[in-house]
Structures are given as structure tokens and as C-alpha cells.
Design a protein around this ligand. Sequence first.
Ligand SMILES: [Ca+2]
Length: 481
Amino acid sequence: MRNAARVIWTASLWRYAAVVCLLGAASHAHAQTGLTLPFDGSLTGTRGQTPSSTSGVTFAAGKVNQAAAFDSSDVLEYPSATNIDSQEGTLEFWYKPNWNPGTGRGYAFCVWGGGGGMVFVVDGGPNLRAIFNRWGAEVGVIANVSGWHTGEWHHIAFTWSSSQLLLRLYLDGALKDQWHLSAPLPSISGDPLRIGSEAGGSDADGLMDEVSISTRAKTSGEVLDSYLRTVGITGLRFNPENLTLWKTWWRKPRLFAETPAGSVELPHDAYPLTSSDPSVGAIRSDNDILAANVGTCDISATFGGLTATMHLTVPTPALPEQDEPIDPVLSTPMAGHIWEVPVVIVRFIPTADGVHVDPDHIGPDGSWVTVEMARGWIDKFEIRTKNGLELRSRFRAHSRPEARPSLGYRVLKIITFYEPMPPYMDFQPDASSHQPDYDQILRRINAEHWVTEHNAKEFWIWGYHAGGIYPVESDDGRHLQ
Ligand SMILES: [Ca+2]
């Protein structure tokens, strides 16, 4: 068994050469603090630490060689000095529950300190959670685990950092919860540090393996590396592998590691991107892709010695963007107005052939709509919108015919893009429909210039509600009545 584990280590070392280099300073082999418990037939830590008290703990086949088995009468305690730090730390381990959700009882993995101390448990929910400053102003992180099943291994990691004022909880390599502290954590003094049970209380009721406590908060990339190093990567892929971005759009790609336990999305800071043609697909400093020019290129990412490639297409619009003539009704605020409201208007009319509005973006019901029809409708709606907003800004006009419009709208510019709207992908990226990415739209038209140089107070954006886009809606449609 030991030889088998060494093979896994060796095989994964070349895969993770890049990551391991980054982690060199934190390598367990050289750590002077922390507690690493392989539980391979022994309760002794890798620095030679022996339990200060133990009874009843047995060993069973583990995730890596053997694991420690805990049930209700078991005790396993270590001195806390140099093994754990109250201000900065990471607790990570593999866990195989002996139970299915629905028991309503709690399970304890690690406990240090009484009042002001820290506990790592599953509650009756069942929720995996850490509680810090116990019995004081408690703070913590939590993740529901009602999808667990008895006999399944899971990788669990908690990090805490008073210097970053941050608590984090990871499950199977992925960040599940975080909490921003308003103050440093309380210091904890005294012994013992309990593993696998809380004396006189809950126990882990299952197997714990490869328990590692370090005295600094590991990064998301390091936690993921711990997880993947054990499960092994069988492949690396982008999703999607073919990406279309219109010129000026930017996007964080999504990279997944395939493992025997399923696919895991890698955090963006865990892999560098390269472009086969930066004049088409530029890699920006925050590791996203900017569609700099029309064309195609390949974007690649390397992680753990594997490389994934996606094909980027930056299409040529069927029609070039257009500065529209502005009707004098739109460029002239209503007579008698009190406040002027300068406006910039942006229109998105996606078209594949330059004649019809693209049914892919407005839905099959709109296949008969031509670009010219859509333009004509928007022309009318703009005038109607301006008049509606101005007329309804007359204070108590129902009884005061002399009431002046408070607002007088002046349209400064109208620009039409014959392209889809950029979707906002940072929120619920797996959803089939997204709100428009207003940041990308406003930056594209240099909204800052219109605000600072021309005093623009509103931006009107004409789009559509189909083809993967759902705009933010409000009741302001009443102005159109
Ligand atoms: Ca082990």
C-alpha cells in the first residue's frame, strides 16, 4: 500500500510541477509548524508528534493507504503548541461518513478551546461548518451537505486568517463559502487539540484521512492542488471549447479538470492563459480574454502539466456600427423645462444577413422582422419615451395646466450596433440566460467621456429579451402609456 501511494505521488508530481514549485516554501516536509496525520497505521504526526491522549481509535482502508476510524467512545488529542495557530491556519482532510443525511445529529472533526475556541463539525442540517469565537460573537462558514452518502469520500478544507480577515470553506476542491471578519480572531490558549471527536460530545462517525493542519491560510489554488493531487487529473478542458466574442467583448474563460471523481472548475488564478494571436484574442492582466480584433485564434491554458485549447472567433458584423442622425424632436428639450437631461442612446439590432434581425437572438417568432422595421420602431419609441418622460415630469399637471416640465431631455448621440448584446457571465455562469453586461456596453461607447465632457445623465439601451439575454426590468414602462 505504501508503494502504491508513492506511485501516486510520483505520477502526480510531474503533473503538478508548476504548482509544487509555487508551494515549495509550504511543503509539509520542511514545515516547522502544523500537524500532518497520514493515519497509516499510526497516530504519530509527520514531525514526530504523538497524541497526548488517545483511546479507541482504529485504522481502516483509507483514501491514501489507511485512515483513522472514529466512533462515539474514541479520544484523540494532541498538544496545541506548534501544531495549530488561532490566527492563521488551514485544516484539511478526507472524510468518509458512516451515515446518510437525515439523522439530525451532529458530527465533530476538530475542536480547539472552549469559549472563544474553534470547532469544525457537521450540524444536524446536515451542514458542514466551522465556528470561531465559540460562545462569543460567533463567526463561521457553512455549506449544506445533504447530498452526501455513506461510504463516499470527500475532501474538506477550512482556512482562517486574521491578517486577511477571512474565513473560507472548500469542499472537494471548490470554494463553497467565505466570511469577511470584522476583527481578528480571539487567541486560544491551552490544550488539547481534539481530532475526530469532541470529548463528551459528537464524534466524526466515519473515517478521517490525511489530516493536515497548517499555520497559514492556504490559497484556493493550493487547496485545489491538495484535492487533485489525491484524486488525479485525467484531462483538462475549456467549457465552451469554441467561444465567440464580438470585438470589444471580454470574458473569463472556464477551465475544468477532469478527475475520476468528476470535473472540477479551476479558479482563474490557478492557470496562465496564452493566445496564438494576441492581436485577435488578447490576454489581459486579470487573466481574461479581450476580443481585440476580428479574426480567429487559439487560447491555451496549462495546469498540472496538461494543456487545454479553445478556439476563439471574433466575427465580422454584417453591418458596421452606425452613428444615427438625431431627429430635432430628440435633440430639443421640451419648452419650459427646468432641468436638462442629456442622453446617449445605444441600440443593439443583431443581424446575420444585414436584412433580417437574427432569429437566434430575438426568437423564431421574430423571423419576419427586418432591420429596417426594427430601426423604424426604435425611432418612434425614442420620441415617445422622451415625450412621456417630459410630460410626466410636470408637477401636479392634472390640476395645474400651467405646470412646466421639470425635465427636458436632449439626445446627444445615437449609435447602433448590428450585433448581439454582451451577456454578463460572472453571475450564475451555468444559466441559459443572462442580463446584459452593462459594464461592457458602457465602456464600449466610452460612457465616461459622455458623462465628464458632455454632462450625460442617462443612457438608453435598446435591446431584446430572448436568445440568452434578459434585461433588467422595472415599472418605468408606465412612461410609455
Ligand atoms: Ca492515510
